[in-house]
Design a protein around this ligand. Structure first.
Ligand code: SF4
Ligand code: SF4
Length: 109
């Protein structure tokens, strides 16, 4: 299984880390090396949040530190495709590819 996060769209909400049963995700400060997962070049962090996602979530106070950290899929091969993270992802920015090359994308519910 391959897992990556489209970094510009990640709000830092930590939901993925909270729900993943096999510790695929690690939260990292936006000023650190967050491009450690398999995100393709166009989805690596270059210092600018996605404007639409930022506008939607910047004023939401739900106990999480929005836009201070990014989620990094440090342990993608351990993913068991339970899909829990895919419905919890505020930024709709988690992409999982299984061993048959089927791609799963997060849709926030
Ligand atoms: S689908 Fe994979 S990465 Fe997402 S919560 Fe389940 S095991 Fe973790
Ligand atoms: S659930 Fe999505 S938006 Fe929230 S920290 Fe994880 S990857 Fe980022």
């Amino acid at each position: 299984m391959d897992v990556y996060v489209e970094k510009q769209k990640c709000t830092g909400c930590e939901h993925c880390k909270d729900v993943c049963p096999v510790a695929v995700f690690e939260m990292m400060d936006i000023n650190s090396d967050v491009n450690k997962d398999s995100a393709p070049p166009e989805w690596q962090w270059k210092g600018e949040h996605d404007p639409a996602v930022y506008g939607k979530w910047k004023d939401v106070t739900d106990g999480h530190n929005h836009f201070k950290e990014k989620s990094v899929a440090v342990n993608g091969p351990s993913c068991i495709l339970c899909q829990a993270c895919l419905i919890e992802c505020e930024g709709e920015c988690i992409v999982i590819t299984d061993d048959n090359n089927t791609v799963y994308r997060s849709v926030y519910k």
